[in-house]
Design a binder for this molecule. Sequence first.
Ligand code: NCD
Length: 317
Amino acid sequence: MYSYSHRNILDTLQFSKEDLDFLIGKTRIMHDLHESGKAFGILKGKLLASLFFEASTRTRLSFEAAMERLGGRLVSTVGFQFSSISKGETLYDTMKMIEAYADIAVIRHPVEGSSRIAAGAVSIPVINAGDGAGQHPTQALLDLYTIISEKGSFEDLSIAFIGDLKYGRTIHSLINLLRHYKVHLYLISPEELRLPESYKKNINGFPMTWEETTDIKAVWDSDVAYVTRIQEERFPDHKEYEKLKDIYKVNKELVLASKKNTTILHPLPRVNELSTDVDDLPNAAYFRQAKYGVVVRMALLCLSLGVEFGGKEDAHG
Ligand code: NCD
């Protein structure tokens, strides 16, 4: 019999197809509980440490809103300059302290693999909220929940990824989840920003198929288009960023010319790659996507803490 066994959420590779089915089901239950006002109090008495050592608006506020909506409480630190890491403290020592204060920790950090180090230091659950150009697993889970909620099924969907496939951790994370479904990907990027080989290895041999192109018109054949920002802060050479920053722009004209009534997603923040003239189209799902994020994180916080909701299933089997 299936049992969900993930206390830590560090990398999207940790999830099987069964885990994803389970998580989508649990998120739907949480969504209903939240909308009917029955979620508040589920995490009463629990404390979340919200550790954001790299810029964030949505992810931090979404986790914090999720915890508050469940009746839990927070302790938080934002940026290195206000934490003892700026005095030379190691992440290991910081985490040892956090373990003494909180029941669960969410961490965003600029170094790839840092959340794994953080999780290795403590016995409380740790959730990766973005580690450099590496992984952003809860964003991927909310993206997955957005696609199923907006489209009804994954079966035979074609999904375009547009922009910075090299450095975009939200893309790296989401394709690891989509590999379990019979979907087709159009990977749209300039040659310089193609998906790294290490990620291609993870997606080969699964039901998902994919092709690479530099042509933004592949959006016209896509049911979903996932637009991303060129990740300025990850470029070793800023001149290269300047050259590529405005390479694609998804605007109303492009969306309206689609053959497929394309749903537009974006993890946000946007810079120039997604025009505001798309916002008033029914296709624009990116603000709904941010809203789905809260219920996804509400479900994940409960599951990681082993707190049951909306049914008898034991979160840890
Ligand atoms: C993304 C991130 O931080 O990776 N934003 C987010 O979490 N919603 C995308 C980005 O910064 O471009």
